[in-house]
Design a protein around this ligand. Structure first.
Ligand SMILES: Nc1ncnc2c1ncn2[C@@H]1O[C@H](COP(=O)(O)OP(=O)(O)O)[C@@H](O)[C@H]1O
Ligand SMILES: [Mg+2]
Length: 389
């Protein structure tokens, strides 16, 4: 293949990793836990042993085995059938949603169902033009190219993708400066499956080139219970349904966490008990591992307790919350709030965030009988200049 020498990606490209605000939180730390006790079992990001293609067979291999996400499955089922009957590749698909909900798994299943290969890569690995060009040129007709964290693509890579996605064409620049020429290489039609946790960070030209844009949502308790029962079968671990439910309750609506907790409980049973995983054993084990009964992690608890202690439960603006807790506003909004909203511990209102009575109860606070006087924080809304701190 021709040597591609195009501009290198801009080294100044803003890194979208959230930056921590510099100042330290002024509030006293939350009583129950400290950051050193941050519970890694509840982290949504995959650990190194959780990224392999089949993960000891835990990853479901077919749409039938993929539990929950009913709407998504229906849409994809139709897309698969339509594509197969026309003998065409699937439409380009963008999957977005919090980590650990099954985006990578779905891409692999699609390849399985379409009987094509799936190449897996991640945006940060596609920095140079030749990285993406290599993948595109080697893709066979109908193959799936899965790009994780697609919101982090470099601009050059993104521009190579546009004609590739639209017309199955690779436009490359050969040479430099005055003698630079552009050449077009025909590609086999392929399907791009992009995954992202931050759909808002995608450029609109890229977003517009996906025929299907689908959101993954958190899983309900019964769905997580089914996932745990299924994984237990794969791992040849005996488990009772109430035991699975006990684990599911603490899994933050996330299959990755559910499977991880199951593995820890399985270790516990092996060492400390015998027989199947029951509700009681699961509860004991997870208490020992310090997993909150609702799956809240340290930061969730801190966000809520700061809202309750310093702002009387809210409403409090996002930026005020960020300043008060020392967390980044975008991280609060995209990483922490979705689960708190899902379990009904937090409400978003036009006047700011509110910790619900359920959150007060869960953290062991007593709600004031009557609404207290209107505080500065409650008229403050999102106007952070007036911040209380
Ligand atoms: N719908 C599902 N049914 C069963 N297991 C699932 C489902 N979704 C995800 N999982 C399991 O959860 C784990 C994480 O899924 P993954 O696809 O890697 O998440 P993501 O790519 O969205 O971060 C995998 O072990 C996978 O087997
Ligand atoms: Mg993934």
């Amino acid at each position: 293949m021709a040597i591609i020498s195009s501009k290198q990606p801009d080294p100044q490209q803003p890194d979208d990793e959230p930056q921590k605000p510099k100042q330290k939180p002024k509030q006293k730390p939350e009583p129950q836990t400290t950051p050193s006790q941050k519970n890694q079992l509840l982290e949504t990001a995959a650990r190194p042993d959780e990224v392999s293609r089949n993960e000891d067979g835990i990853r479901p291999q077919s749409l039938d085995d993929y539990i929950g996400q009913k709407a998504l499955k229906e849409v994809l089922q139709i897309a698969i059938q339509a594509a197969q009957s026309r003998n065409e590749p699937l439409d380009h698909l963008l999957l977005y949603g919090p980590p650990g909900l099954g985006k990578t798994t779905m891409a692999l299943i699609l390849a399985q169902e379409m009987k094509v290969d799936c190449k897996i890569t991640t945006a940060p690995a596609l920095e140079r033009p030749r990285d993406i060009a290599g993948l595109l040129v080697n893709a066979k007709a109908g193959d799936i190219l899965f790009i994780d964290e697609i919101h982090r693509l470099s601009r050059v890579t993104e521009e190579i993708l546009y004609p590739a996605m639209e017309d199955a064409r690779l436009d490359i620049t050969i040479g430099k400066g005055q003698s630079a020429r552009t050449r077009s290489i025909p590609l086999q039609p392929f399907t791009l499956v992009g995954a992202t946790t931050k759909v808002g960070a995608l450029t609109s030209p890229l977003r517009d080139r996906f025929g299907l844009i689908q959101r993954l949502r958190f899983y309900e308790l019964d769905e997580l219970t089914s996932i745990i029962l299924r994984t237990a079968t794969v791992l040849k671990t005996e488990i009772k349904e109430p035991g699975a439910m006990e684990i599911a309750r603490r899994a933050r609506g996330t299959p990755r966490i559910a499977n991880r907790l199951l593995k820890r409980v399985r270790d516990y049973v092996q060492v400390k008990a015998s027989g199947p995983i029951t509700e009681q054993i699961a509860g004991e084990a997870l208490e020992l591992f310090n997993v909150d009964p609702c799956g809240l992690d340290w930061t969730d608890r801190r966000l809520l307790s700061v809202m309750i202690e310093n702002f009387n439960g809210g409403p409090v603006g996002l930026d005020t919350m960020a300043a008060a807790t020392g967390e980044d506003a975008q991280t609060i909004e995209e990483v922490y709030e979705p689960y708190l909203l899902q379990i009904g511990y937090l409400q978003r209102t036009p006047r700011g965030r509110i910790a619900t009575p359920a959150a007060w109860r869960h953290l062991g606070y007593e709600m004031p009988e009557k609404p207290t006087l209107v505080t500065l924080s409650s008229i403050n809304d999102d106007n952070d200049q007036l911040s209380l701190m």
